[in-house]
Ligand binder design. Structure first.
Ligand SMILES: Cc1ncc(COP(=O)(O)O)c(C=O)c1O
Length: 504
């Protein structure tokens, strides 16, 4: 008994200044002693009266602690007293706790594919691609839409919703897409997702098996590659030129895909528009071979000049296209609402699969967004942002043209970024590092390359979050960073030449 009582009475339980009650402290002490094997299986615990006297606490405290341990299965109680339960490998859990900080986790092998990923935590610095003008978001109108949703639907909206999302929002999105993007759809085809990223994962889950081939734009959107990697697909890069994704004629025969990712309205990151000839060819070949096209229209709403470029999905009836969209740019990224418009032929079967795969939630935000769209606030906000981004893009184009060779600027009159190609000798990653030290946040074009290529060297420069009047100064800082890297590269080449001639 003395042996058993030792681990329990070592060190007093203290009431003073402790946020944890005496009985909680005693329970934790007993649990740790059992898990560490200091109180072995079968050991008889002291009577509550004896332990209370030893510890100088009330008997009731010990009784409550023993009851709790009994309820959790740490001890067994019978007429003879309270004994420690036989617990498998109790001592090894204590060792494991100490080792866990240093332990190697046996990750899934697909995690290796993300090992080289650079972390981009900072999305607030100037020139960040993909961050909209958050300070121009109409908060008062959004607040009204949220309040209206609360009045309309509480408390019912606190419960689970439809896995495909709130019908009101799905209908509102379908109506908007028919009008603004020429998408052929109704609300039954729309599935609301947590941003475009979940929509891409859903396409992979619904339409592919591990090992299937998927084509992807090169350079291209890393989020699509990540979604394909997570589905264990075999990703095949397709080069992008000024007409968008360029598929070699024999690729359909040699390596037919199950899934193809495209961003036709504004290729990310080169800004190319997929030509109508290529769109029609992709649709025809996909139909012929049973492949599916993903059309990511993430910033197609922001065409600054001329008529909007209509969606590929709406080009012909019943195209094998899953149209993916997001409110991350048109509203704000933290809303995390995106969607996929399924082909009509997929709707019925997908509905049952979705019951297993998704839980309907975020209902208040979804209803608020439906209100925002229906009240015309979304359309007005888009109009204002188009004008703002047009102005910012002009400022960026002018500043880049002044400081760099204009022929190296890629990107159409759409979206929220331009891409500046750099000569191969100037490392884009080195420039980005210098720029980040100056609180500028362009991305390295080489980071979007699936297969490394000399041409994919440059800067992806966002203007969504940078006021026009700050752009000239930011670009001249950027030019200094580029010159510094160019100077270092020249110095290195000079040294190499000097060494070669010295050797000669
Ligand atoms: C090409 C592309 N598609 C989609 C998205 C939007 O993704 P999400 O809706 O998950 O924020 C982005 C965001 O940067 C993007 O660059």
């Amino acid at each position: 008994m003395i042996e058993v009582i030792g681990p329990l009475t070592h060190g007093a339980l203290t009431a003073a200044g402790k946020p944890v009650s005496l009985q909680k402290q005693l329970i934790e002490r007993l649990q740790q002693a059992i898990l560490a094997g200091r109180l072995p299986a079968g050991a008889l615990l002291p009577s509550s009266r004896l332990l209370a006297a030893e510890l100088g606490v009330s008997r009731n405290t010990v009784v409550i602690a023993y009851d709790q341990l009994f309820a959790e299965g740490y001890v067994l109680a019978d007429r003879k007293g309270t004994r420690v339960s036989p617990l498998a490998n109790a001592a090894s859990h204590a060792d494991a706790r100490q080792d866990s900080a240093a332990a190697e986790v046996a990750y899934a092998s697909r995690l290796k594919q993300f090992a080289a990923t650079r972390l981009h935590a900072d999305t607030t610095s100037a020139l960040t691609p993909g961050t909209p003008a958050l300070d121009r978001f109409p908060l008062a109108a959004w607040r009204r839409s949220v309040e209206r949703a609360m009045e309309q639907g509480l408390p019912q909206l606190l419960g689970y919703g439809e896995p495909a999302g709130e019908l009101g929002l799905r209908d509102a999105i379908a109506a908007h897409l028919r009008m603004a993007r020429g998408v052929r759809c109704d609300g039954s085809q729309v599935v609301i997702t947590e941003g475009a990223q979940e929509a891409l994962k859903l396409c992979v889950t619904l339409l592919t098996n591990p090992g299937d081939t998927a084509w992807i734009e090169d350079p291209g959107y890393r989020g699509a590659k990540a979604a394909f990697n997570l589905g264990d697909l075999r990703t095949v890069p397709m080069r992008v030129d000024h007409e968008g994704m360029a598929v070699p004629p024999d690729a359909w025969l040699l390596d037919p895909p199950k899934l193809i990712y495209t961003s036709p309205a504004h290729q990310y990151p080169t800004g190319a528009v997929l030509s109508v000839a290529r769109r029609l060819d992709l649709i025809a070949q996909a139909r012929r071979t049973g492949a599916w096209l993903i059309e990511d229209d993430y910033d197609g709403e922001f065409r600054h000049t001329g008529e909007p470029i209509a969606s590929m999905q709406g080009l012909v009836a019943d195209a094998p296209v899953l149209y993916v969209g997001s409110f991350s740019k048109t509203m704000f990224p933290a809303l995390r609402i995106g969607f996929v418009v399924l082909p009509r032929s997929m709707v019925t079967q997908t509905r049952t699969a979705l019951q297993e795969m998704l839980r309907g939630g975020h209902r208040l935000e979804q209803l608020a967004l439906a209100n925002f769209i229906e009240a015309g606030e979304f359309g007005r906000h888009l109009g204002r942002m188009r004008r703002l981004y047009r102005e910012r893009q002009q400022a960026l184009r002018e500043a880049l043209t002044q400081r760099f060779d204009a022929a190296q600027i890629l990107g159409g009159n759409c979206g929220m970024h331009l891409t500046l190609r750099l000569p191969p000798a100037i490392s884009d990653r080195a420039v980005v590092e210098l720029a980040q030290a100056q609180r500028l946040n362009p991305r390295a074009l080489s980071g979007f390359a699936v297969r490394p290529c000399e041409q994919d060297n440059g800067l992806v420069i966002g203007y969504g979050n940078t006021p026009a009047e700050q752009i000239a100064a930011a670009v001249s800082t950027l030019a200094r960073c580029v010159n510094e890297v160019a100077g270092t590269a020249r110095g290195r080449r000079g040294n190499a030449r000097a060494q070669t001639s010295a050797r000669a």
